[in-house]
Design a protein around this ligand. Sequence first.
Ligand code: DQA
Length: 158
Amino acid sequence: MKIAVIQGPNLNMLGVRDQQVYGPMRLEQIHAQMKDFAEQNGIEIEFYQSNLEGEIVDRIQECYGDTDGIIINPAAYTHTSIAIRDAIAAVSLPTIEVHISNIYRREEFRQKSMTAPVCTSSIIGFGPFGYHLAMVGMMQVLSEISALRAAQQGAPQE
Ligand code: DQA
């Protein structure tokens, strides 16, 4: 099982930016915890962060045929990017959107996600722990998919 973690703009500034909202943890620490959990569970994991919309689109497209699931925090692009939304829809992989802060308790412009409607699910407002929840959620989603496939393969043909 291979999971791609894709982080949007300014998330490389975690631990420095707006600690009241995002807390003191740095992105490298979040990724180190995710890597530990992945290793313990036999999951291959790759991390990517970009401040550029097109690069995030490219990274999502690269997942097609190569990756089982995507955990993505599109950050500010969540609220604006039709291109990232279309890329997520195009690859059609199980995708979990994460937001560290509770976007629904913040400014009105953050309360709309362009990307959530094309994701499998969203985890919002748990702080950095949300990334751990996303990994547990992804394991569940992927095991349900493989159980379904196995059942379909074992089903008698019409
Ligand atoms: C964020 C919420 C976004 O509104 C914001 O632009 C971010 C981070 C979050 O994780 O809470 O950069 O995605």
